[in-house]
Design a binder for this molecule. Structure first.
Ligand SMILES: C=C(O[C@@H]1C=C(C(=O)O)C=C[C@H]1O)C(=O)O
Length: 410
């Protein structure tokens, strides 16, 4: 059984692993945390992720994926870590070391499946049968809104806000693009990790639920070994011009207010659970690929506050935040459901590793794409307030897909 191997051809090995999960119908998640080099992966040998509430106190090691619409919080999928591996660059930076963490498998059937899995990987490597995009979903229909339809939807939202129905709504759209037959999804993923060093870069595939790749700048909740809870309030968008110091970046009133709404939403969630001892830092300007955002960091010492279940409680209260839905949450959500022509599915849901080495890091699924065998669907949204100009919001959604489109080559 594989436990640690030095790879001379990393791409080929990870691709064989990816193909093997598809041949065997197994869910897989690959991710790289912000500001780290190591890529990690999880494979669920049962073949079916569990549909569950994300309770960090109850769940084993795994990877959580929630759709945007999850009102009772029970629609999240949990990819169980039957296999957990890491891919680390060696100090010479010439090769990668692939390590299987050899998590204990209590069920002998899973042990046999694991052996079969690595055997399948070997067979694929030997036959060198490397097809290009392997997607867990071949047919899926979505409706892209053109510029006029999107701007009409934004204008309608502005009118409703002027009537006082809500204060902010985040409206999104899809862009469906055919892809070349020879595109390599794993190579694209590696490129994405390089373009977004500060983001959470993920690639997941779940039978019947699809194949998704993204580079999220937005933590929804994270809890680390030191028992520090962290979340962020992220909003406001402008293009990043390399060379301009972040301290010199100026923000318009509209963006400052929009981001303040997200911060206030999070602090209100703390108030609901009577938590007063939190640290607030920011807002400051941060880089996400080709863009800049405004970010406030909010942290809590879960030991000092005697609140070990804070991650679970806050996840339930926060999702969907005002950064991807709006304020107040219910009328903003109704507007989205009634007006966006597409189904968001996992876009603006959350995803990330749970209880891996004593830490959980969940991110909002943004700057993401869904992969079908011959097409990619890009998803992007923008925060709308009464100060919005529809054409600028359209341009913002264009900007939000730009880095990803360049990497995919479309
Ligand atoms: C909705 C998206 O991004 C969110 C909306 C932002 C905004 O309105 O300025 C900024 C960052 C994210 O919180 C997206 O990327 O699709």
């Amino acid at each position: 059984m594989v436990s640690s191997i030095t790879l001379t051809n990393t791409l080929e090995y990870i691709q064989a692993l990816w193909i093997a999960t598809h041949q065997m119908g197994l869910p897989i998640a690959l991710w790289r945390l912000p500001e780290t080099q190591e890529i990690q992966g999880i494979i669920d040998l049962s073949g079916q992720p569990q549909k569950t509430v994300i309770d960090l106190e109850e769940l084993h090691s795994g990877f959580a994926v929630s759709p945007f619409i999850n009102p009772e919080a029970d629609q999240s999928l949990f990819i169980h870590a039957d296999i957990h591996f890491t891919l680390e660059q060696d100090p010479s930076r010439e090769t990668y070391i692939f390590s299987d963490k050899n998590l204990p498998l209590n069920d002998p059937i899973l042990q046999i499946r694991k052996e079969n899995f690595y055997q399948t990987v070997e067979n694929i490597l030997q036959t060198r049968n490397h097809s290009s995009v392997i997607s867990s979903r071949t047919s899926y229909q979505t409706q892209d809104a053109d510029q006029a339809i999107f701007e009409d939807m934004v204008s309608k939202a502005i009118r409703e806000m002027e009537e006082g129905n809500f204060q902010k709504v985040v409206l999104s759209r899809t862009i469906t693009v055919p892809i070349k037959e020879d595109i390599n999804i794993i190579q694209t993923y590696f490129k994405l990790t390089q373009s977004y060093p500060l983001a959470f870069v993920s690639l997941i595939s779940i039978p019947e639920h699809g194949t998704w790749m993204g580079a999220s700048p937005e933590v929804i909740i994270s809890t680390n070994k030191q028992k520090i809870f962290r979340t962020i309030a992220l909003a406001g968008t402008q293009p990043y011009e390399p060379g301009v110091p972040l301290s010199e970046v100026m923000w318009k009133q509209k963006e400052i207010e929009e981001q303040a709404l997200v911060s206030r939403y999070i602090i209100n969630c703390f108030k609901k659970i009577r938590l007063r001892e939190f640290e607030e830092e920011g807002p400051k300007t941060v880089i996400a690929g080709n863009l800049l955002h405004l970010r406030t960091d909010l942290t809590v010492d879960m030991q000092a506050t005697q609140f070990p279940q804070l991650g679970t409680v806050m996840l339930r209260l926060l999702h969907p935040t005002s950064a991807v839905c709006g304020t107040p949450k219910e009328p903003a959500m109704d507007f989205i459901i009634n007006h966006e022509p597409h189904n968001r599915e996992f876009y603006s849901g959350f995803l990330g590793p749970v209880n891996i080495d004593g830490e959980s890091h969940l991110f909002v699924n943004l700057r993401c794409t869904q992969w079908l065998s011959n097409r990619v669907i890009f998803y992007a949204g923008a925060g709308i307030t009464t100060g919005s100009i529809p054409e600028r919001e359209w341009r913002e959604t264009e900007l939000k897909t730009q880095t990803m489109r360049k990497i995919v080559g479309v």
